[in-house]
Design a protein around this ligand. Structure first.
Ligand code: SF4
Length: 361
């Protein structure tokens, strides 16, 4: 790639971006805190879905100090519906670090930004280039697609060795004086022109030198290794009701739902079945008299990165007088009771449970 190739690519992209503005609330923003918020929200989330969350967060927590002072349950509740809750926990963790250790001042060096919890190479480059005009290239799915097509690269984008090669290539192409504008341009171009399906090659400013187009095969790029099949898991949630109270518990452990609330549940071998063994897992001793599971709900499904979860919910109506016999034991350990109004207002749940709650409340 010679100087002329580099300058053709930069000119083409920046010219295209000037002719195709893509207004968004955080566009042109120079406050690193707001850029960070928008970038974290947009990880694994579509722009249209993320936009109201960005506005809600900026309003509730206008700076890192304000976010740092919020209770975790409140932040998770605000995040409800976006999924991948580790993002919200990392945001809070990093905001507290900025407030406590940096006197509320957002870092302005790439390495310090990259060191914030939950910030990877892509997000650090976006914040560094948009807020501080530092020359770090962003490499997201759009950039992989544009570069792999333009250069007809056969390297699989999900291999770590290829990632380094793509980052190095993006670094060479980055406009040294306008890194922020260039990064924004290549991402917008990937989202609007060099799209995954049916790229608009006819109106593309790079078409004269695009090698995938010359070969007649933009759809063959980017190359990916075969995806692993997702593992199926079946959860049976027990909606335990005593009068107007319902049993829930905060999820512990270090998985993606950590800190969210859930109904006590057992994992079953198929969706909705409740065998004798399952009943014994729920009530290790005698099944208390007066308790029996209600009819199963329909199926609720959620797809995670490596899992396909199918959940069924069954009500257990519990008489008042046996309350003490189960609360705090077995699968009910750590449970608290709340009423329906509190359930909806105060607690954040994984999407698969929120979907069920929307039907019953
Ligand atoms: S010519 Fe088509 S495939 Fe090549 S960069 Fe442009 S839009 Fe993408």
């Amino acid at each position: 790639m010679n100087e002329d190739d580099v300058s053709f690519f930069r000119r083409g992209l920046l010219g295209w971006a000037a002719r195709n503005p893509r207004p968004m609330p955080w566009k042109g923003e120079k406050d690193p805190y707001k850029i960070w918020l928008s970038e974290v929200i947009l990880q694994q989330t579509r722009v249209e879905q993320g936009m109201p969350y960005y506005e809600k967060f900026v309003k509730a927590y206008p700076d890192a100090r304000a976010l740092a002072g919020a209770p975790e349950d409140e932040v998770l509740k605000m995040w409800e519906g976006l999924g991948y809750y580790s993002r919200a926990r990392n945001l809070l963790n990093a905001a507290r670090y900025i407030a406590d250790e940096r006197n509320g001042v957002f870092p302005d060096k790439y390495e310090d930004i990259r060191a914030l919890k939950g910030v990877g190479d892509y997000t650090a480059a976006a914040i560094a280039s948009f807020a501080f005009n530092l020359p770090y290239p962003v490499v997201d799915g759009n950039v992989y697609r544009v570069l792999s097509r333009y250069f007809a690269l056969d390297a699989a984008t999900d291999l770590s060795s290829s990632k380094k090669m793509f980052a190095s290539l993006a670094g060479k192409l980055l406009h040294p004086e306008q890194p922020g504008a260039f990064n924004q341009a290549i991402m917008d171009f990937g989202a609007l022109c060099c799209t995954p399906a049916q790229p608009d090659c006819g109106n593309c400013p790079l078409k004269q030198r695009c090698l995938a187009l010359v070969k007649g095969s933009p759809a063959d790029y980017p190359v990916r290794l075969k995806k692993n099949a997702k593992k199926e898991r079946f959860f049976l949630y027990l909606v335990v009701r005593r009068g107007d109270k319902i049993l829930i518990r905060k999820r512990a452990g270090r998985d993606i739902w950590n800190g969210l609330y859930e109904f006590p549940f057992i994992e079953t071998t198929s969706a909705g079945e409740l065998t004798e063994t399952d009943i014994r897992a729920i009530f290790p001793g005698e099944v208390p008299a007066g308790i029996s599971p209600g009819e199963p709900s329909g199926f609720y499904r959620q797809t995670l990165t490596h899992r396909e979860i199918t959940a069924v919910f069954r009500e257990l109506i519990v008489p008042d007088d046996i309350h003490g016999e189960y609360l705090g034991e077995g699968i009910f350990s750590g449970c608290i009771e709340t009423d329906l109004a509190g359930l909806k207002k105060n607690f954040a749940f994984p999407a698969i449970i929120s979907g069920f709650l929307k039907k019953i409340i």
